[in-house]
Design a protein around this ligand. Structure first.
Ligand SMILES: [Zn+2]
Ligand SMILES: [Zn+2]
Length: 338
């Protein structure tokens, strides 16, 4: 009997390992209101979107390295830098001390004339001078194995054609006005659409409102998404209803901080998105109070303390996925729909 149980548990273990080998894992690493999202495809092929902040005694580099360890990878194949703000690119010099990186992907030179951004860009250039680089261009596919990664925005340019599943007239454009043009690096963000089997994820970095409209009005070039990484930490300079409601995400994940991002107006737009089944946040955000924040179980970090809990998505090629909260160990299943 005991031998049978041992054999059965070994079999269950093997089945679980085989399942894991066919899944995409996405770690939404808490970098306290910046971005660092690690995608690990079957076979250990990996893409990190942004590196969080620098300084802070390797806080964000350590958290990224810890997520890589959980994903059982010893190297990050590609690091995509959406733009040259400190909460996205600041962590690069520390990260490469903690874990090897294969290739960096970015939109080309910094275009923002501020001392801070110019300094960050030269630090990034110095730290990656001997590394491989890819210049991201809208419409091009990135050579990440195990998932399809298509650039949809970069350096202020957006896709000039629709992706498969996109191209529909977008009725949500009707009442949406342009905002003042944005001269910052945010509007230059490298945005990507990632597909893994039937699953589709949209991550546009800090791309701002008018560029979103170029992507989805009058026709929605992106189509619908399963998971929307809420743009720009949930600020209302991004996340127009024309974008969010046309994407119709099943789940939205906000990489906000306790006091960063999460504008109530953007929250209302995300939460009223047709078909939304869940909103998850990296932090409880003071700006929103209990009426705007997601319910407690769906928030990774609920106090001001630097607790550093992550959210993790595990996805199957059929489009089903689950979201896991490292703080309370809650895991919620979202079945395949197509
Ligand atoms: Zn940011
Ligand atoms: Zn930014």
């Amino acid at each position: 009997m005991r031998a049978l149980l041992v054999a059965l548990s070994a079999l269950a273990c093997t089945v679980a390992m085989q399942a894991a080998e066919k899944q995409l894992e996405i770690f939404f690493i808490d970098v306290e209101g910046g971005q660092a999202t690690l995608f690990v495809a079957p076979g250990g092929h990996s893409l990190l979107i942004d590196t969080g902040w620098g300084y802070n005694a390797y806080r964000d580099a350590n958290r990224i390295a810890a997520a890589a360890k959980l994903a059982k990878i010893k190297k990050i194949d590609y690091v995509l830098i959406t733009h040259y703000h400190t909460d996205h690119v600041g962590g690069v010099p520390q990260l490469i001390e903690k874990i090897p990186v294969g290739t960096f992907i970015d939109h080309g030179p910094n275009r923002e004339s501020s001392k801070t951004t110019e300094t960050l860009y030269s630090e990034y250039q110095a730290a990656t001078s001997s590394a491989n680089h890819i210049l991201a261009k809208p419409g091009e596919q990135l050579p990440v194995k195990g998932m399809d990664v298509t650039v949809v925005s970069a350096d202020g340019n957006v896709l000039d054609h629709s992706l498969p599943g996109g191209g529909q007239a977008n009725s949500f454009c009707t009442d949406v006005q342009q905002k003042a043009s944005d001269p910052s690096e945010n509007a230059r963000s490298v945005g990507v659409v990632i597909t893994f089997g039937s699953l589709k994820i949209v991550d546009l970095g800090d791309l701002t409102w008018n560029k979103e409209l170029e992507l989805v009005c009058p026709n929605n070039k992106l189509g619908r998404a399963d998971i929307f990484v809420v743009s720009h930490h949930g600020f209302d300079e991004s996340n127009s209803p024309a974008l969010v409601h046309a994407l119709q995400p099943r789940v939205a994940i906000m990489d906000n901080g306790n006091k960063k991002g999460a504008s109530p107006a953007a929250w209302d737009i995300v939460k009223s998105s047709p078909g939304l089944q869940g909103l998850w946040q990296l932090h409880f955000a003071d700006a929103g109070g209990s009426e705007h924040n997601a319910e407690d179980p769906f928030i990774a970090n609920v106090t001001e303390a630097d607790t550093g809990y992550y959210l993790k998505v595990t996805a199957d090629p059929d489009g089903s996925f689950r979201v896991y909260n490292a703080r309370n160990k809650l895991s919620k299943e979202y079945p395949a729909t197509r």
